[in-house]
Design a protein around this ligand. Structure first.
Ligand SMILES: [Fe+2]
Length: 285
């Protein structure tokens, strides 16, 4: 889930949305074909997780108990609240920046209500409930990761007047959506954009094609990203605590410096980068 500046031309039904853009999930009806499609999507991704997802993601996914059909958000909320204080709220699709950040700052994660069509099994223009739920909810069971996402929302609200939103959006993209972690199990993914995609999951971890560099705040926030292909650069952390720590730094001077700088290319390394090799696996040359 990320935000968009306008709801025009978007796929969801915004007519029943409240002022904060949330809706009632029960107003959206899922048929047996939706549940069957969900089970296929879930099964395809779940079999990749043991090799490619970090332990926290795998443990969080097990706690969602969502293998059998499109989940009811309220049913998951009791367990999620007890684990990390987060709550899932239903939304029609992309929502504007400010309400998005307000929800995150309140430890509420927006999940799109609609599910893709069977012909969109592998490719989707806007995030649906499979991406938002399967990709994002498992990590929200981890309090360290949850603290990061909440602080991210708070900082985005606080620093928006400095022009920070496009820079923070890159950080969100390269961590919450496309983050990798070097854990005691080797290189693994924790990002939702990776782990909800059948193709990008092995690519991000094992392919020799993309660059992988150690996450550093200025480098990451300074780097442009692609939305129409697999990522060209992935940023790698060592510990989940690193993320929340980033949000406690003195960000305004960093924002001011980065605003003056041209975006870095995701297709090359820069001086000071600490490259991380791909994990050896079936995609390695
Ligand atoms: Fe997402």
């Amino acid at each position: 889930m990320y935000s968009a500046n306008t709801s025009s031309g978007l796929r969801g039904d915004y007519t029943k949305a409240r002022a904060d853009f949330t809706v009632e999930q029960r107003d959206h009806v899922y048929g047996e074909a939706d549940h069957a499609l969900w089970r296929r999507l879930y099964a395809r991704q779940a079999q990749l997780l043991q090799d490619y997802a970090c332990r926290e993601f795998r443990e969080g996914l097990a706690r969602t108990d969502a293998a059998d059909g499109v989940p009811e958000l309220d049913a998951v909320n009791a367990r999620l609240a007890a684990a990390s204080g987060w709550r899932l709220v239903a939304v029609p699709g992309f929502i504007p920046d400010e309400p998005f950040f307000r929800l995150l700052a309140a430890r509420q994660f927006p999940v799109t209500v609609w599910l893709r069509k069977p012909e969109e099994f592998d490719y989707l223009v806007e995030p649906d409930i499979f991406h938002d739920f399967f990709g994002h909810v498992p990590m929200l069971f981890d309090r360290r990761f949850g603290d990061y996402v909440q602080r991210y929302g708070e900082q985005a609200l606080r620093l928006a007047h400095l022009g920070a939103v496009p820079l923070l959006a890159r950080l969100y993209w390269y961590t919450v959506e496309f983050g990798l972690i070097e854990s005691d199990e080797g290189l693994r993914a924790y990002g939702a954009g990776i782990l909800s995609s059948g193709g990008e999951t092995p690519h991000a971890v094992e392919s020799p094609a993309p660059l992988r560099v150690r996450l550093e705040a200025a480098r990451c926030m300074g780097t442009a990203y692609r939305i129409d292909s697999f990522q060209k650069t992935y940023f790698v952390i060592r510990r989940l605590d690193e993320l929340a720590e980033l949000m406690t730094r003195d960000l305004p001077p960093l924002i001011a410096a980065l605003r003056e700088q041209q975006a870095l290319s995701p297709e090359r390394l820069y001086a000071g980068d600490e490259p991380v090799p791909p994990r050896r696996g079936r995609l390695a040359a």
